[in-house]
Design a protein around this ligand. Structure first.
Ligand SMILES: C[S@@+](CC[C@H](N)C(=O)[O-])C[C@H]1O[C@@H](n2cnc3c(N)ncnc32)[C@H](O)[C@@H]1O
Length: 266
């Protein structure tokens, strides 16, 4: 942030996943401590910002697919992050202005900036919530979204903040149970599958500094989140290879080690 003053309740000296990611995307909603983490990660692995950008580009394509091809009009974006270019509501509402979007994040700075951005925006709600308490998120989302009609739940680059001990699989199963037939799950997840030499070291460096640790999973583990969903083509693949736009060459997989996929509840 330009003058580096933090809103009340926000500690700028503790790097947060939302602000680190914002810095990697070239945003302005971050502090020196966040940029220092990006500097350190980039020194270890120069493609850290490319990884964030490839993930964000996938999210845009996934939302466009969901709105345009799957006909979904309701989105629940958990771990939404700071506002950036091509926000989920902008992509969805470009297809149909009646698309309804609920953003959820557990970082208070996302609330501050999100609420400021969304003043006067139709059909968009932002709420503070922790994916660890997904039942509470779903209950509050039901006040805004109609779960008897298709809802797409987005878990983009958020599940890797849960360790195996924290066991995120039952949380995703709870989402599955809440969705009607035709509901969708779109998720992406950092992996050590692709960039074996660097990924674990980068994740360790991240975990030592940021307010949340980073826990990478392999393709089989990421695919397991889709239990009970039918995977949409091309399945769980490197994010850049998930329905790339015509004429756009995905980054080489080792320059963006993220898996992504979209599933439909039958
Ligand atoms: C890497 S950013 C991804 C942002 C966006 N989903 C995207 O893919 O472009 C991860 C976001 O998840 C949020 N987050 C991390 N753990 C969370 C949790 N347990 N509950 C809700 N949000 C969480 C962070 O605050 C951050 O904004």
């Amino acid at each position: 942030m330009t003058n580096e003053t933090a809103p009340r309740g926000i500690d700028p000296s503790v790097p947060s996943p939302a602000r680190i990611y914002d810095a990697m995307l070239g945003g302005k909603d971050n502090y020196a401590a966040d940029r220092e983490v990006v500097r350190l990660l980039t020194a270890m692995y120069p493609y850290a910002p490319d990884t964030a950008q490839e993930n964000r580009a996938w999210l845009g394509r996934a939302v466009r697919y969901l709105a345009e091809e799957a006909g979904v009009r309701q989105f629940l974006d958990i771990g939404a992050g700071l506002p950036t270019r091509e926000n989920v509501h902008q992509v969805a509402q470009a297809v149909d202005p009646d698309c309804r979007v609920v953003y959820v994040d557990n970082d208070p700075i996302v609330m501050t900036h999100g609420r400021a951005l969304l003043v006067g925006t139709e059909n968009v709600t932002i709420m503070e919530g922790d994916l660890a308490n997904v039942g509470d998120i779903l209950e509050r989302a039901r006040e805004v979204l109609d779960f008897t009609r298709p809802v797409a739940v987005l878990l983009s680059a958020v599940l890797h903040f849960f360790t195996d001990e924290q066991d995120p699989y039952p949380l995703v199963a709870e989402i599955h149970a809440a969705l009607p037939s035709g509901g969708h799950l779109a998720l992406s997840h950092g992996t050590s599958d692709i960039e074996r030499d660097n990924s674990e070291a980068v994740a360790d460096a991240y975990s030592q500094r940021a307010s949340s640790a980073l826990f990478l999973r392999d393709r089989a583990q990421v695919t397991a989140f889709f239990e009970g969903f039918e995977l949409v083509d091309p399945g769980v693949v490197h994010a850049g290879h998930w329905r790339p736009l015509p004429g756009v060459e995905p980054r080489p997989v080792e320059q963006a080690p993220v898996y992504a996929g979209v599933g439909r509840r039958p």
